[in-house]
Design a protein around this ligand. Structure first.
Ligand code: ADP
Ligand code: MG
Length: 274
């Protein structure tokens, strides 16, 4: 694969949408793997107690494994909880275990509970600008659970950019208002740097007029933020996790893998925050 230029600083991107099943996890793991194939150093943080991203990346995530739970609840350093992905070179992962399901409640009494992930990421020696050197992470991708609770809030506070996957389906835009209001609230009170940089249309079925209509609606609503590349609906994409793989290694020539590679290339080419 042709390497793409690395950003000047680590780009922390949160992949969020409170709707379930829109392709958050699929997009996080495949974009992460695709970015790594393009010569970027990538860290994926699994923030969903289901641990689907950890499964897809073949990362140990049994109860008790060092994970995002330790990061958030015990303040463990990032370096103590990450694992290299055995399937993809240049990709590290912080897994999520089922322990994380209790974290929202356990965090209620913790001071600055919405700032825990931000603290862990910014304290990591591999995150930052040129001063960090060659070993720096170019991208930190955070896979969120399907809710706007304290876990997603931690991700929004830690991020520079937000990537919203939108499924090309009827009702695609429903519920987005609530998501955008949450982003505005976070920008105003907690993280002025946050911006919605990237919208990705997922599970696109080019044969249906409905999908084309939804894609058009998304573009007229978000404009430049929408990636030109849309991810096609493809069985290969949905099969890959059951082999503990991303589609990028499971079937690199498939339309889904090629679309994710193209989407990743677009992301590397887009204007980075000033
Ligand atoms: P979320 O993380 O938003 O809940 P997922 O990424 O888990 O959503 O995707 C939901 C379901 O849709 C999963 O079963 C996944 O395999 C499937 N899926 C995601 N993207 C595609 C695609 N491009 N083609 C076919 N199936 C897909
Ligand atoms: Mg998910």
């Amino acid at each position: 694969r042709m390497a793409m230029p690395r950003p000047a600083r680590t780009r922390v991107m949160v992949v969020a949408n409170q709707k379930g099943g829109v392709g958050k996890t699929t997009s996080t793991v495949n974009l992460g793997a695709a970015l790594a194939q393009l010569g970027q150093r990538v860290l994926i943080i699994d923030l969903d107690p289901q641990g689907n991203a950890s499964t897809a990346l073949n990362i140990e995530h049994r109860r008790g494994t060092p994970s995002t739970y330790d990061l958030l609840v015990d303040g463990a350093p990032l370096a103590d909880v990450l694992q290299p992905c055995p399937e993809v070179e240049g990709l590290d992962v912080v897994p999520a275990t089922i322990d994380l399901a209790g974290a929202e409640i356990e965090l209620v009494s913790v001071v600055a509970r919405e700032n825990r992930l931000n603290k862990a990421i910014s304290a990591h020696p591999g995150v930052g600008g040129p001063e960090v050197g060659e070993d720096r992470y170019d991208y930190v991708l955070v896979d969120c659970p399907p809710s706007l609770g304290l876990l997603t809030l931690n991700a929004l506070v830690a991020a520079h950019e937000m990537l919203i996957p939108i499924q090309a389906e009827y009702y695609a835009l429903e519920g987005l208002g609530q998501l955008l209001e949450t982003v505005e609230m976070v920008k105003k009170h907690l993280n002025p740097e946050l911006r919605i940089s990237t919208i990705l249309v997922t599970m696109y079925d080019g044969r249906t007029r409905l999908a084309a209509g939804v894609a058009e609606e998304v573009r007229s609503h978000f404009g430049e933020q929408v990636l030109k590349t849309m991810i096609p609906r493809s069985v290969r994409v949905s099969e890959a996790p059951s082999y503990a793989q991303t589609v990028m290694t499971y079937d690199p020539g498939s339309p889904g893998a090629m679309a994710y590679l193209e989407a990743a290339r677009e992301i590397t080419q887009r204007a980075v925050r000033s």
